[in-house]
Ligand binder design. Structure first.
Ligand code: 0RA
Length: 660
């Protein structure tokens, strides 16, 4: 990104800042501004500060952003932009810098004369970060001087100070320590921030972003000359491309900028990531609609015209044209409207037509100019259509067969609940018939349904849709949920029969494998269940500690130690008795510490009170914070290639990017 904005920059005047209201409200109701005060909200503070620098880069005033996670979990973000104005604010009688940092919305109302596009969804302003920080320091280099100010819980302790002179240097550096009075914990996860910065570097080509973690010495530097094209190559680095290098499409109309890169690989998944002003629009929207419709129409027309598709023999659907597609769509919209359950769906109707016409025209040209690649792509789509047709026939066949589905059309193994309002109901997918039996007896049958699953379900990462639909366990899951399968087109959210789908697996290696297989299935074929926050993981206890009549459960090792201490149990063991389900350690003080190997050990009442009773249980919600990163992990862990998996497991002791 070139620093070409120096001239216009001077036209700015400090009076352009509008003043709205104080920051007390932010501290009182932080969730209203940053979503929540969990780890997710904490990381949003970082993104908010980074977004301000990204805006500077989008205007062409900055080409480098440097982020450091310091040892004390404070975070520094430095850019080489114009620097926040430091002159006197005409009505507030203090430095514009102080106004930006301490007054809600002042930053947003700045006429920054940049193409302000990032933020939007979370663009609450850096003053919100200040309000939620124990302390925050800002350093600005501007007009040959260095300026400094420090704040405590959002309040300046002294006016902006000039601390020295600088030569040919401009920029802003913000360092903040999140407030422990507000956040449950203030420990950042390096990988989470790294994933977001990598994504931002791909979306903003030529921008250098550096990250360093002083706690661990982890570090990385991102700069991508190819932008979205590099992004698609990165997403597909473990896949074989069938279309050579990614196809790139670019256009601008009515101040709306469009960039799209895509290619086809040999897998059966489609991966389309869409962004509006650098924000991942997980729920899609008009930009995605425009692209899909142009892709289907353009490929279909070309295929028929060139005799590759025989339209009298087979009809291809939109899904067929997206099998094996990896695509990144990035649009910049001056006034985006966000809709949908999680406000991540683009609503601006004018965008659809623009994306559609730009894609149609440029893809059409590409196909004409590259007949070899075009033929390969369309033949791949034809194979997808044939498989889909085979799957439909297989489905019809199984429907006619007896046994698999009961009279109600529901799977025979499902113990359904009596309430039918999805807002109240939950479906437990339980590993194994014996735990399934306990769960059926222990549950509250009014609102809890149980579907026991036998053994390992199919690894969907390695199978095409027709094979997936032949798998009994998967068929049972699909019919129990009742909304079909697939992304957007075929999946009908309104028909989902339960408000929560809860995976309940053993706390051992097999259990974790089955959980991963199930997560892969939902991620690839019922993504909406995840995106709408309906997927959960049950947390059965790992230990039971029994002394006399008292029985307590521990969900991890730390908790076990706490309980042992509180019950005054010495750990000196006398005997260890191991059976199929538990390891029992009897101690000198006649206490028994049992470690559960599986769910099966617990009787129905225990399972209810420890794991299923909504009043007392803990369930982890599965969220998808960074779709591109999650996709990569599923491919690595469950895909064909062995080498990337070996490397990944070597590098990551614990798997966690689908954040549970
Ligand atoms: C308001 C106006 C101007 C720049 C900025 C804000 C600005 C804010 C941040 C936050 C992080 N880095 C930043 N860099 C710049 C324009 C000032 C001018 O016209 O010179």
């Amino acid at each position: 990104m070139a620093k070409n904005g120096k001239e216009q920059a001077n036209s700015y005047s400090e009076k352009d800042i509008q003043v709205l209201s104080g920051l007390e409200h932010v501290r009182k109701r932080p969730a209203m501004y940053i979503g929540d005060v969990s780890s997710r909200g904490l990381h949003h503070l970082v993104y908010e500060v980074v977004d301000n620098s990204i805006d500077e880069a989008l205007g062409g005033f900055c080409d480098k952003i440097h982020l450091v996670i310091n040892k004390d979990n404070s975070v520094s973000v430095e850019d080489n932009g114009r620097g926040i104005p430091t002159g006197m604010h005409p009505t507030e009688k203090k430095s514009a810098l102080e106004v930006v940092m301490t007054q809600l919305n002042a930053g947003g109302k700045f006429t920054r004369d940049t193409y302000k596009v990032s933020g939007g969804l979370h663009g609450v302003g850096v003053s919100v970060v200040n309000a939620l920080s124990e302390w925050l320091e800002v350093e600005v280099c501007r007009e040959g001087s260095k300026f400094f100010q420090k704040y405590f819980r959002g309040k300046a302790k002294s006016p902006v100070k000039e601390t020295g002179k600088v030569k040919n240097k401009t920029g802003t550096k913000v360092t903040f320590l999140a407030d422990k009075e507000i956040f449950k914990a203030i420990t950042y996860k390096y990988e989470t921030i790294e994933d977001r910065l990598r994504e931002l570097a791909y979306l903003n080509k030529d921008l250098t972003i550096i990250i360093k973690d002083e706690r661990s010495e982890k570090a990385n530097e991102f700069k991508f000359k190819g932008g979205l094209t590099d992004f698609v190559k990165y997403l597909d680095e473990d896949e074989k491309s069938i279309s050579g290098k990614p196809i790139f499409i670019e256009g601008e109309k009515d101040n709306i900028k469009i960039e799209i890169a895509f290619q086809y690989n040999e897998s059966y998944n489609d991966n389309i990531y869409t962004y509006v002003n650098n924000i991942n629009t997980i729920e899609g929207g008009t930009h995605l609609e425009g692209f899909k419709s142009a892709l289907t129409r353009t490929l279909n027309n070309y295929g028929i015209k060139n005799g590759i598709i025989k339209s009298d023999k087979i009809t291809l659907t939109g899904d067929d044209f997206r099998e094996g597609l990896t695509c990144v769509i990035s649009v910049k919209v001056p006034e985006p409207q966000f809709e949908g359950q999680t406000k991540t769906k683009l609503g601006n109707s004018e965008v659809k037509g623009i994306v559609q016409s730009v894609t149609g025209e440029q893809l059409g040209n590409f196909l004409e100019e590259n007949p070899g690649v075009s033929k390969k792509i369309i033949e791949k789509c034809l194979r997808a259509a044939e498989a889909r047709e085979a799957a439909r026939k297989a489905r019809e066949l199984t429907r006619k067969k007896t046994g698999l589905e009961g009279m109600s059309g529901l799977p025979g193994k499902l113990a359904d609940c009596s309430i039918s309002d999805p807002a109240q109901t939950e479906l437990y997918l339980v590993e194994g018939d014996s735990a399934g039996g306990s769960a059926k007896q222990g549950r509250d049958r009014r609102f809890q349904a149980i579907l026991p699953l036998k053994g390992k379900i199919l690894n969907v990462e390695k199978a095409r849709i027709n094979k997936i639909l032949e798998n009994d366990e998967i068929k049972a899951i699909i019919t129990a949920i009742g909304a079909g399968i697939g992304n957007s087109d075929e999946f009908d959210s309104d028909k989902v029969r339960y408000g929560k789908v809860i995976l309940m697996c053993d706390a051992d290696v097999d259990g974790s494998h089955i959980r991963t297989l199930l997560l892969t299935f939902f991620y690839r074929h019922m993504r909406e269940i995840i995106d709408t926050g309906k997927l959960y993981i049950a947390q059965p206890p790992l230990y039971k500690i029994k002394k006399g009549k008292t029985e307590l459960y521990a969900y991890d090792d730390d908790e076990r130690e706490e309980i042992l201490k509180s019950m005054k149990i010495d750990k000196k063991k006398v005997v260890t008795v191991e059976d199929e389900n538990t390891v029992n350690v009897v101690t000198e003080t006649k206490a028994v510490i049992s470690r559960f190997k599986g769910l099966g050990e617990m009787n129905p009442e225990q399972l209810w009170s420890t794991t299923m009773n909504p009043e007392t249980r803990t369930v982890l919600q599965v969220t998808n914070e960074n779709a591109a990163a999650a996709d990569k992990i599923f491919r690595i862990l469950m895909g064909e290639e062995v080498e990337p998996r070996r490397k990944f497991i070597e590098q990551h002791a614990k798997y966690a990017n689908i954040d549970a």
